[in-house]
Design a protein around this ligand. Structure first.
Ligand SMILES: C[S@@+](CC[C@H](N)C(=O)[O-])C[C@H]1O[C@@H](n2cnc3c(N)ncnc32)[C@H](O)[C@@H]1O
Length: 362
């Protein structure tokens, strides 16, 4: 199994892949993974690069985008088509890349990639090495509900799927749900969540649906706990916000927390790399002048990652409830700061947060 799509197949693949639900797949991955503002994303085996283009076109997010592709034919066609300056494309086998060329990624996506590989383990392990501590790996692929459905899949592939498949391809080497869990844990990931794609509703694929997995690389941050920030403008609502969060999101877990104050310097130190750092710094100086926010650190427990995950998903809903405060207008432009009641750091930000808290606690 060589894995790459090359030669005449590369051209056929590019003209036919949209018929296979690619647009719906991309929207599903985007909704599930979110890919926050300013974060870095590596798409492994980018194929048609449609996911990278989609993420690039969401301009306000200013993501740092990278892709690697083994097929020189696909790489050449795609790299002539898209703006190379804003998406960094590499040609090569993911297993062979020098980890230092791409190291420190916030997020990696493997979309319909792993089934091309003879040995899944090496590719998941490589992703672990390339991610920064707290980084996330999203695996999207057709997954067997259980190994016992492998023969059903083989029958489906030869009897049905190949009849409507345009480019030539080896039979996919599908992972099963249990092998995914075992491999991820053995390599050092925690499996945060998984979900089947509801747009993949063919009755004959019910035991090997398209499915996404969210894995967090928490190896050396395992003793950290979840934390979130309450903005100075919302301090008068602190008890109410805390009560809501504890009840709705930590209720089933025993959750002690430390509540500490932080200053604007913490924000500036944790987010130095955002595209609008100068603006952020100007606003932060203004807002935090004499004011402090509150940092809620849940004391370490076995569920911190799940709690952080749930808060990350729910933050939009909770923020909506408390509305948006308008901050100062920046002197350098006509931009007005907007503040939400609270912020939930991504797991990779947590590492910086907890390191910097020690320097910035008032
Ligand atoms: C089925 S395509 C998926 C493309 C895209 N990710 C998507 O979801 O539409 C898998 C891609 O992975 C590439 N590929 C396979 N093995 C690879 C490897 N070891 N390193 C980099 N790319 C690889 C193939 O050439 C192909 O373009």
């Amino acid at each position: 199994m060589n894995g790459e799509i090359s030669g005449r197949d590369a051209e056929i693949y590019l003209s036919a892949v949209h018929k296979h639900g690619l647009d719906k797949d991309i929207r599903f991955i985007r909704k599930y993974a979110r890919f926050p503002v300013g974060s870095s994303v590596l798409d492994v085996g980018f194929g048609s690069a449609e996911l990278l283009k989609f993420l690039h076109d969401e301009k306000g997010y200013n993501r740092k985008l990278f892709g690697i592709e083994k097929s020189p034919d696909l790489f050449n066609i795609i790299s002539q088509k898209i703006e190379l300056s804003s998406i960094n494309l590499l040609l090569g086998d993911f297993l062979d890349i020098n980890t230092s060329d791409l190291c420190g990624m916030d997020q990696i996506v493997m979309s319909f990639y792993l089934h091309h590989q003879e040995c899944h383990r090496g590719h998941i392990k490589k992703a672990f090495e390339v991610l920064r501590p707290g980084g996330k790996l999203f695996i999207y692929d057709r997954i067997l509900d259980s190994d016992e459905y492998r023969n059903d899949f083989t029958r489906f592939w030869y009897d049905k799927y190949l009849q409507e498949h345009e480019w030539s391809e080896d039979i996919p080497n599908l992972l099963s749900h249990e092998s995914m869990l075992a491999l991820a844990q053995e390599i050092g990931f925690i499996v945060i969540s998984h979900e089947s794609a509801d747009h993949d509703s063919r009755i004959e694929t019910r035991n090997f649906k398209k499915k996404i997995y969210e894995l967090w690389s928490i190896g050396n941050i395992a003793n950290v706990s979840a934390c979130f920030l309450i903005h100075p403008m919302y301090i008068n609502l602190l008890d109410k916000i805390l009560g809501d969060i504890m009840m709705d999101y930590c209720g089933s877990f025993t959750c002690d927390f430390n509540d500490v104050v932080y200053s604007g310097d913490l924000i500036k130190d944790v987010y130095p790399g955002l595209p609008w750092t100068d603006l952020l710094s100007e606003w932060t100086d203004e807002i935090y002048k004499g004011e402090v926010g509150r940092l809620i650190i849940l004391k370490s427990n076995d569920h911190w990652a799940k709690i952080l995950h749930h808060l990350g998903i729910a933050k939009r809903k909770i923020r909506k409830k408390y509305g948006v405060c308008l901050g100062p207008r920046a002197a350098s432009g006509n931009y007005m700061a907007m503040y939400n009641a609270f912020h939930v750091p991504e797991p990779w930000e947590l590492v910086d947060f907890l390191r910097l808290i020690r320097c910035h606690l008032l």
